[in-house]
Design a protein around this ligand. Structure first.
Ligand SMILES: *[C@@H]1O[C@H](CO)[C@@H](O)[C@H](O)[C@H]1NC(C)=O
Ligand SMILES: *[C@@H]1O[C@H](CO)[C@@H](O)[C@H](O)[C@H]1NC(C)=O
Ligand SMILES: *[C@@H]1O[C@H](CO)[C@@H](O)[C@H](O)[C@H]1NC(C)=O
Ligand SMILES: *[C@@H]1O[C@H](CO)[C@@H](O)[C@H](O)[C@H]1NC(C)=O
Length: 333
């Protein structure tokens, strides 16, 4: 009997203490803060709280805005553009279909993965260029690399719908160091696509469906340390031999190329790229071509010869031209 009473008493105490705790939590949460969010001077955290609309007002001292895993589809552009201490915005896993933001130049990191974004337009409140360093646009519906500020160093664009990657899309991103665009349905990457991202350190274009790979993608990028190019199939042609030779020569980390098989030519279809290259099964390539490009002195000699030939041709042309001018002079006499 005594035990039962004790049990009821303790149960009662437990319930009341729970209620008191909840009340305290509610009170702190609602001080200048949206229901269920956590706020302090610098952070507004509303992760996975079922928000349907952008929470306003927001203290202007906020540096970090975490709104991931909600059902928000629009941002109050005016509110965000007034947050001049803001450095980080995370709107991952929401329902945005466009990302049209006017951001203060203090923003460094923008994460907007897992939405349905088709269009991106980022501008700055001051008219000065934005200083964004890191952008995550993975798991969206983008069909090309959007126009982004040249300050971007890390760009993640996995799981989009980018069919073609070309130089024009990437040329503004001269500070890019890490570029990931895996599983994005890419069918074509032009040979000059990466010509302007010369500071690149890591690029991951794996799990796409391009079949041609170019040596130019890797050349003149002194900081490149890691390359992921695992497509499904590759054309087993002389360019591939050249790429292999170049990558091995530079000692780059390319761990996934061996798993790819040949898409062409017919006799090599389905054979692993690595074996085919190592066994010299790709025929008709200039045997010394890779060496010429790799060895600087030989390259220098070739270059010299070309310049020499050009110079002689030029001189000959000039002579022929001046003789014909002479003749013209005579004939008009
Ligand atoms: C605000 O909260 C974040 C975590 O939500 C914490 O990392 C940070 O230190 C807090 N800042 C202040 C001033 O209390
Ligand atoms: C991008 O947004 C800015 C500011 O809202 C606007 O002036 C500009 O026309 C937009 N650009 C595009 C291409 O939509
Ligand atoms: C970018 O978003 C994707 C998808 O949500 C995630 O897997 C990845 O880890 C994110 N990248 C970074 C650097 O946070
Ligand atoms: C590739 O070359 C190796 C060594 O010469 C040979 O044994 C193999 O049959 C060739 N494979 C194909 C698919 O031609």
């Amino acid at each position: 009997m005594g035990a039962t009473v004790l049990m009821f008493v303790s149960l009662f105490m437990f319930v009341t203490s729970q209620t008191t705790d909840d009340t305290i939590v509610m009170t702190t949460a609602s001080v200048g803060c949206h229901v269920n969010c956590e706020c302090n001077q610098t952070h507004l955290v509303c992760s996975d709280v079922g928000l349907k609309t952008f929470p306003t007002p927001i203290q202007t001292s906020v540096t970090t805005l975490l709104l991931n895993s909600n059902r928000i589809s629009t941002i109050d552009v005016e509110v965000v553009s007034g947050l001049n201490q803001l450095t980080t915005i995370n709107i991952n896993q929401n329902q945005f279909s466009t990302l049209e933001l006017v951001l203060p130049p203090s923003v460094q990191t923008l994460s907007a993965s897992g939405n349905r974004i088709k269009r991106v337009n980022l501008t700055s409140t001051t008219g000065e260029p934005l200083q964004l360093k890191e952008i995550n646009l993975s798991e969206n519906k983008l069909t090309s690399i959007p126009v982004l500020p040249s300050s971007v160093e890390i760009l993640e664009m996995e799981l989009n719908r980018i069919e073609t990657l070309n130089r024009e899309q990437l040329s503004p991103l001269v500070n890019l160091k890490v570029f990931r665009v895996t599983s994005s349905q890419i069918k074509t990457i032009n040979d000059d696509a990466f010509d302007d991202i010369i500071n690149i350190e890591i690029f991951d274009i794996s799990l796409n469906s391009y079949t041609e790979i170019y040596r130019k993608w890797f050349e003149n990028k002194p900081n490149l340390i890691e390359v992921k190019v695992r497509t499904f199939q590759l054309n087993c042609d002389c360019e591939l031999v050249s790429v292999y030779d170049y990558l091995i020569g530079r000692d780059l980390e390319v761990d996934d190329l061996p798993q790819v098989t040949c898409a062409t030519p017919k006799p090599l279809i389905g054979y692993p790229v690595e074996n085919v290259v190592q066994n010299n099964n790709i025929t008709g390539c200039k045997p010394d071509m890779p060496m010429v490009f790799r060895e600087v002195p030989q390259g220098g000699v070739i270059f010299g010869v070309i310049i020499g030939v050009l110079a002689i041709c030029g001189l000959l042309g000039l002579t022929v031209w001046s003789i014909s001018k002479h003749c013209e002079g005579y004939s008009s006499l």
